[in-house]
Design a protein around this ligand. Structure first.
Ligand SMILES: [Zn+2]
Ligand SMILES: [Zn+2]
Length: 329
């Protein structure tokens, strides 16, 4: 099969490689669509010690099962492989499983014609949901998980809150679309990339350039930081109203931008959000299939062969699409 290998910092290569062997309790999936994630870009730069070359990256995928329990079915997949037995798994917080592993990290990912994955990771798709849209399940579930975690900390319904979303990449844009769909009327998005702002604008979202315009101090009851850099954490803490909640979803850099004095005096709830549970993924497939998030044609598709170029374009900010989805031939 053909696979796009990460072979070293800023180097990707299409290689002809053996199909991975099928283990007991696993299925083989022919990949039809697979998205490039911010974490894949992070790895591409050589910044992720968990992702060591040579490795097939990719963990956002939809395809058809060709061998295994669900043979013949179209599926998306939970890229997190969890144990099902630890306290977290039993308590419904599988994203925190003490023994979790992940495709595209500890085992080959989805930038390939085929991958193998445990049966329990597979989620059957409705016929009405295209594989390209279904490949958005993973980032959309991350957005949904973050919204739900934050929602539980607010004293009033989220729809009544003024909300700021920092970053209009896939997760930020999906957070924005979900909040809009939930009836949040005072909703603003911030992104420094003009191409991404244009995409958000075309989707009817109120978006601004934080390089030119400040979001306003003490203005929002809720802030989603979908970038996760020192400068965006700083913006979130200034923009949040006293008593408000910040959901930190991005992982751009680890340190800085946390004014703990402001967090304390403003009594801010600062929350981390990591991935999703199996229930979040099921709810997300439903949501994507319902059409409630509007026209999802803002994703850009390219062939898997062109994957290396797609990475380079994403790094250079040359693409307006908040998500590039690769299609194996
Ligand atoms: Zn991802
Ligand atoms: Zn577990």
């Amino acid at each position: 099969m053909q696979a796009l290998y990460y072979v070293g910092p800023e180097r990707l290569e299409m290689r002809d490689t053996e199909e991975p062997p099928l283990a007991e309790g696993e299925s083989r999936v022919r990949i039809q669509a697979t998205g490039i994630c911010g974490s894949d870009l992070h790895a591409y730069h050589g910044h992720d010690p968990r992702r060591q070359p040579p490795l097939i990256l990719g963990h956002e995928a939809a395809g058809e099962v060709v061998e295994g329990a669900l043979a013949g079915k179209r599926v998306t997949m939970n890229p997190l492989i969890v144990c099902g037995r630890c306290d977290y798994c039993l308590g419904g917080r599988q994203n925190l499983c003490s023994h979790r592993t992940m495709i595209g990290m500890t085992r080959p990912g989805s930038f390939a014609d085929f991958l193998t994955i445990p049966d329990h990771c597979l989620i059957e798709l409705p016929d009405t949901l295209s594989s390209v849209t279904a490949a958005l399940t993973e980032p959309a579930a991350t957005a949904l998980h973050g919204i739900q975690r934050l929602e539980r900390t607010l004293p009033r319904p989220l729809a009544e809150a003024a909300v700021l979303v920092i970053g209009a990449g896939a997760v930020g844009l999906l957070v924005g679309l979900m909040l809009h769909q939930r009836g949040v009327r005072k909703l603003r998005l911030a992104d420094t990339n003009p191409l991404r702002r244009q995409t958000a604008l075309e989707l009817g979202l109120d978006v601004f350039d934080p390089g030119k315009e400040k979001p306003g101090d003490d203005t929002f009851e809720a802030v989603f930081d979908c970038v996760g850099a020192a400068v965006t954490r700083d913006m979130a803490i200034s923009a949040i109203r006293p008593g408000g909640a910040i959901m930190h979803l991005g992982l751009q850099d680890n340190n800085g931008g946390l004014d703990v004095r402001a967090i304390t005096l403003k009594e801010i709830t600062f929350l981390g959000g990591y991935t999703y549970t199996a229930t979040d993924l099921l709810a997300t497939v439903d949501l994507l299939d319902s059409g409630a998030l509007g026209d999802l044609s803002w994703v850009e598709t390219r062939s898997l062969d062109e994957g290396a170029q797609a990475f380079a374009d994403l790094v250079a900010g040359r693409t307006a699409a908040a998500k590039v989805i690769l299609l194996p031939s």
